[in-house]
Write a protein that binds this ligand. Sequence first.
Ligand SMILES: Nc1ncnc2c1ncn2[C@@H]1O[C@H](COP(=O)(O)OP(=O)(O)OP(=O)(O)O)[C@@H](O)[C@H]1O
Ligand SMILES: [Mg+2]
Length: 605
Amino acid sequence: MKEYLREYFKLLRFTKPYKGLFFLALCCMAVSTVFDGVTLGMIVPLSDRILTNKEVIIPGDVPPALAQVVAYFNSLNPHVLLRYMVIFMIGLFFFKGVFLFLQTYLMNVIGESVIREVRDALYRKFQDLSMSFYAQKRTGELISRVTNDVLRIANALTYALTDMLYQSMQVLFFASIAFYIGFKISWFLPLISFVIFPCIMIPVVKFGKKIKSYSAEVQNKMADLNSQLAETIQGAYIIKAFLREEYEIERFREINRQYYRFTLKGMKRTIFLSPFTEFVGACGAMVLLWLIGQEVIAGRISFGVFGLFLASVLSMMRPLKKLSNAHAINQRAIAASSRIYKILEEEPLVKEASRPVEISGIDRDIRFEQVSFQYNPGEETVLKDVDFTVRRGEQIAFVGHSGAGKSTLVNLLPRFYDPTRGRILIDGRDIRELRIVSLRRLISVVSQETMLFHTTVRENIRYGKEDAGEEDLIQAAQKAHAWEFIRNLPRGMDTIVGDRGFRLSGGQKQRIAIARAILKDAPILILDEATSHLDTVAERLIKDALHVLMKGKTAFIIAHRLSTVQNADRILVIENGKITEEGRHEELLRKGTVYRTLYDLQFKV
Ligand SMILES: Nc1ncnc2c1ncn2[C@@H]1O[C@H](COP(=O)(O)OP(=O)(O)OP(=O)(O)O)[C@@H](O)[C@H]1O
Ligand SMILES: [Mg+2]
């Protein structure tokens, strides 16, 4: 129970910015509740005075104010009373409608605002977290958090919370009426509720726990569904090429089926709660009816007062039902909110220094000092004591077998990851002391996999420099030897390139990526050459483009092309995460060890 409350209050924290609205909604609910009570109270004059033309009798001592009201009702002519009542009820329902609208609207505003805020917060967090976070999480899981889980929270904060507050108020209000009348008849009557209440609450709590665990399963399955969707939409090409459509359909069906199964299991318990609560409540009400009915027969209370008593007891039923339903919704929301908090509370592994230093350029050199790196603790060490220095303006090439650790090595410089041991220094200063933004501003990256966004060619190039003018964009495209083909696209720079740059060829995409990097014009360049085999013309164009890109820059090049290796000032051979050889192209060829083999295998056609 304590755990539940703690988690529930944590869920409520999402509404904190809307305290004011919340208070207003609460006031509206209170007014609505009073209106409900007054409506119910109309039973008394209606049945005692208007329908039967008798007197209202409340047993025992009655407070003077109430006695006055009763005396007033008893003195009025039934016809007059009926007229008053009709007019009064019309007004009452009108105002009740207004307040009901307000309370529902306000709670919905809160719910929708929470959805918006939490989505924004999650997205910001995603941008904030380091690359390692993305390596561990499935795409579908993250999408689920932002789409489904957020909805569940909003559901709890809108409908369930409204129900809980409004219905609790109603239960309290009706219970006080019932208790008041009940006590007047016998001290014994209200005690019955102490038997009924636990009968209802125990299964509600027990089922709630089950519902929560099913909800976790349902969310897992939803994440699986999203993951499979994301993967197979992106991988449509491969699926078709390998004739795996049936396999993927089967896989999807299976996950979908499990989703269905867990949803129904949770649902079964949820919908069981309402009829159950109602049944137990009704049993209690019938016992009361039996006991008090005898008082009416004996003439000790008027029929109207009895009617009010019975109506209050029965009116408690609906709120109780709704409360048990709200509990189920809350359990689901708590499961969702704990998953969301887990992301919101996640610390990026790559952290900004407490007093970060701005850096605006590089004066001397970049030094990797005994750098070792593991992707995850306990896993294989991908880089081992890597130690080298690159002078400003030097172009250094990395070669090595696939999986040797070349991409990993260059990814440490923009702090996509931090070294497990050792340091990386720019002009003698540890890059961990630098403001991350200012460090990354210094670095242009052309990555191994070209990523284009689903937008125009112009916007894709402009990604390199937000405020670039049209002239700069065209110039960058020209330098990247991309202008020719961009001009011939159906809408030129305004052509939308598909989700993953679908409509462009591999070489074209690469040249757009290079244009992007040229536009950024940063002093440090990281170039993870794609291994795609290009024809000689494209190869030459890209070679030219790269040449322009590298001019005057300090460049880290992962080379798969002979020309890039030959022109590099220095070549480092990486074997199994270690630097094994170092020198210029001719030197290394002469010495003839690993480099020679690589050269023969990779570059010499
Ligand atoms: N996100 C990751 N999590 C865990 N291990 C990884 C991750 N990325 C790469 N590795 C592992 O690190 C090692 C080095 O990978 P890396 O991508 O640096 O190789 P590479 O030299 O760039 O290879 P290639 O020439 O094929 O691009 C590989 O054994 C790989 O399995
Ligand atoms: Mg690589």
